[in-house]
Design a protein around this ligand. Structure first.
Ligand SMILES: [Zn+2]
Ligand SMILES: [Zn+2]
Length: 127
């Protein structure tokens, strides 16, 4: 069993976060420690409910999400964007390389055709 010490000097069970003797609520630290639905605001560090989208004390948004997890999330987003960009760049490169190859093939074929035409013309001249 967990207890917290009230300011009045009494031990209070952890599942009651209000002192039954002096009716004082547990201090912020105790509330954070024993109430699984509470977390501390990342800005003002006051206890807030985990699902809160706005801190009732300082008004910051998503106070239950620490700043560094925001940073992690944005870092992941950046990495994903970069990967997608590389993917499309590589695809574009491959596609244009293929197109260039096809153009080379086509111009080679055209040269071949021209050469054989030249040959034919030469043969015709000789006859
Ligand atoms: Zn008390
Ligand atoms: Zn706050």
């Amino acid at each position: 069993m967990n207890f917290w010490m009230c300011k009045c000097g009494k031990k209070v069970s952890a599942n009651i976060l209000k002192c039954p003797y002096c009716k004082a609520p547990a201090d912020q630290e105790t509330q954070l420690k024993f109430n699984p639905n509470l977390t501390s605001c990342r800005d003002c560090k006051k206890p807030i409910s985990k699902g809160a989208t706005k801190c009732p004390s300082c008004g910051c948004s998503n106070p239950g999400i620490p700043e560094n997890s925001y940073m992690v999330a944005s870092a992941i987003t950046i990495v994903i964007v970069v990967i997608i960009a590389i993917f499309f760049f590589v695809r574009y490169q491959t596609a244009s390389a293929k197109a260039r190859q096809q153009m080379n093939d086509a111009s080679e074929a055209a040269e071949d055709a021209q050469r054989s035409l030249q040959k034919l013309q030469d043969q015709l001249k000789r006859q």
